[in-house]
Unconditional design. Structure first.
Ligand code: G6P
Length: 608
């Protein structure tokens, strides 16, 4: 969702800005633009297409200072006039990520002061507000700081002024922004991948920080206006990790990276002989001993990971667990229990609703907080007392894949550690689980070998409008995830049901045009699931069954069987996810959709 890149250098920054925008494309956007300061003028180029179009349009644009933006429309349709950067009085240019909630009131006030609005965006008020302070003789830093105190909402911004060719301003509150430190040049961006082309030295701005950035140095001020020092991190990201390589799409690449991502996430544990709470942070042992329940908060695919974890946590660790969609929890009146461990799950660590839900939980008095996250320096990680980092590496495809399976691996570790601390895990069973975890990456690799068969199966979905996914128990959330993947990237309407609910509604939809995908592990509910599937066949529904070995399913008329290599016990949901990811991917290929950047969706939803 919206991406910002800014640069100040002794060379032309336009190629840097464009390359940065290309790296941010994955966040999701529908228009793009840039501004450079050139001879005391603001030169702006905007386009409603892809960054490639903006690149063509800015072929003759040059400047040593500039800001650029990819916009995911919230206020106002995707159009050139609504694309950022927005300019006030030919002097101030602003690129913004986030939502300004009091923009209508500010717009009325600024209009009364004769500011003319040329877009429907909330962002334009920021440009005019900064200008109103700048025109009174304040420095760009002071004018920006003054304007920010009047904003209600979330923002990351980049600001430049036509008459100030030596200064770039960046600030964040509620949306991500970092500063890149080069040699005699500096940058800002929404995430590190945009800046790897120029530097690996990153400074993560904190909530409310404003950075005043020049060629030779920078100063950071906190929300109170005090100058502060923030550490410089050397990014571990590599250019290769954000490049496509031999794959056709990032989603395909990321599906294939799962064995390695799982191995990396489990590395510390698999190399040791027993589980220790320390993998969740120094205070984990005391915190975990003090809790009697768990509340998981997340959005989208991460929420599905939480739903799987509930089955594990209650069955293996014997700890009651609730899982809530973050955007619902944050506005619901709930009854806090101080002995609850609040677990937030997020790939990006920047999802606005998940962050707000965590803050809401804290405001209710919850002190035991743990985040499971893929981005070490993200806001979510910084806001939580405990953390477990998934080591999936950068995930670029909008549809989450390797982040999900590594979240599951981390949640399984959490389950085992809690079970051990709460006296629910014998030494022998602990060893069995560790053995299964060590085997998990190669088991995932074996599932990937089904790819050609799944690609063939996908051909049968290309003319379908709807699909039903069924699972039971631990695998019901996997059915939910399979349906989400299919709808996200192939635009086929897909719904998931716990198979036992079939008779209570969805069976009415089943006919020969309705493919029904069943997740069929070899577990205690297998025979029950088989009865549910008979109900589908009896109504002429076409079945696609992803079954474990020894489940005694056979392909026949109307039953398409995909045989999984093995049954992985409690870890089975992780393996059963992979063929459903592949199915969605190959159906999307059949339909010719934009797999990595599905319409209307964003990778990181940094607004509410
Ligand atoms: C967006 C993405 C999803 C993701 C969800 C939560 O909707 O498109 O793939 O699952 O946000 O994101 P998070 O970064 O918090 O896991």
């Amino acid at each position: 969702m919206c991406g910002i890149v800014g640069a100040i250098a002794q060379r032309n920054v336009v190629p840097i800005l464009l390359q940065g925008l290309l790296r941010l494309e994955y966040r999701g956007y529908d228009s793009a633009g840039l501004v450079v300061v050139n001879n005391s003028h603001l030169e702006r180029v905007r386009s409603t297409g892809r960054v490639a179009e903006l690149t063509e349009k800015s072929a003759s644009t040059h400047g040593h200072l500039g800001i650029a933006h990819t916009r995911w429309a919230t206020h106002g349709v995707p159009s050139e006039r609504n694309a950022h950067p927005h300019i006030s009085s030919d002097v101030i240019a602003v690129a913004h990520n986030g939502i300004i909630e009091n923009y209508e009131e500010l717009r009325t006030r600024l209009t009364a002061q004769n500011y003319v609005f040329t877009s429907d965006t909330d962002t334009e008020v920021i440009a005019h507000l900064i200008h109103s302070h700048y025109a009174r003789g304040n420095s760009l830093l002071v004018a920006t700081q003054a304007a920010l105190t009047e904003l209600v909402g979330a923002y990351a911004i980049g600001v430049v002024a036509a008459d100030n060719p030596d200064l770039l301003i960046g600030s964040r509150k509620g949306s991500p922004l970092l500063l890149g430190v080069g040699e005699g040049e500096h940058f800002i961006a929404s995430d590190a991948s945009a800046l790897l082309q120029v530097t690996k030295n990153m400074v993560y701005l904190e909530e409310g920080d404003v950075a005043e950035i020049g060629l030779r140095g920078y100063r950071i001020f906190n929300a109170k206006g005090d100058e502060v020092k923030r550490p410089v991190h050397i990014s571990e990201l590599t250019n290769e990790s954000v490049e496509l390589g031999e794959y056709r799409h990032y989603m395909q690449k990321e599906i294939h990276e799962q064995p390695q991502a799982l191995a990396d996430t489990l590395e510390a544990v698999c190399n040791s002989q027993s589980l220790v709470p320390g993998i969740f942070g120094a205070e984990a042992a005391t915190t975990f001993a003090d809790i009697d329940s768990i509340l998981i908060l997340a959005c989208g695919t991460s929420h599905h990971a939480g739903l799987v974890a509930r089955y594990w946590l209650e069955e293996i660790a014997g700890i009651p667990c609730n899982v809530e969609i973050a955007s619902e929890y944050r506005y619901r009146v709930s009854v806090p229990n101080p002995k609850t461990l609040v677990v937030t799950i997020s790939q990006s660590g920047e999802t606005a609703d998940t962050l707000a839900a965590l803050n809401h939980a804290k405001s209710l008095g919850h002190v035991h907080t743990l985040s499971i996250c893929n981005v070490p320096e993200s806001a979510l990680v910084r806001l939580s007392k405990l953390r477990m980092l998934t080591r999936a590496g950068p995930e670029i495809g909008v549809a989450s894949t390797k982040a999900f399976t590594t979240q599951l691996a981390a949640l399984f570790l959490l389950t085992l550690v809690l079970a051990k601390l709460h006296g629910k895990l014998s030494k022998e069973v602990e060893q069995q689980h560790l053995h299964a975890l060590r085997h998990l990456p190669s088991a995932a690799q074996a599932v990937l070998n089904l790819e050609p068969a799944i690609a063939k199966l996908a051909e049968r979905f290309s003319d379908k409008q709807h699909a039903l996914f069924l699972g039971r128990g631990l695998h019901y959330p996997i059915a939910l995830e399979g349906a989400l993947k299919l709808k996200e990237i192939s635009y086929i309407h897909a719904e998931a049901y716990p198979a036992g609910e079939l008779k209570h509604g969805p069976l009415a939809l089943v006919d020969k045009n309705m493919p029904v995908v069943a997740v069929a592990p070899n577990d205690l509910l297998l025979e029950k699931l088989k009865s549910n599937l008979q109900e589908v066949r009896a109504r002429g529904g076409e079945l696609y069954v992803f079954a474990d070995a020894n489940t005694r399913f056979h392909s026949s008329d109307g039953i398409n069987l995909m045989q999984m290599p093995e049954h992985a016990g409690f870890l089975s949901p992780i393996l059963h996810t992979i063929p459903l990811q592949l199915l969605a991917y190959y159906v999307a290929l059949q339909k010719g959709t934009d797999v990595d950047k599905p319409r209307n969706l964003a990778k990181s939803v940094t607004v509410e």
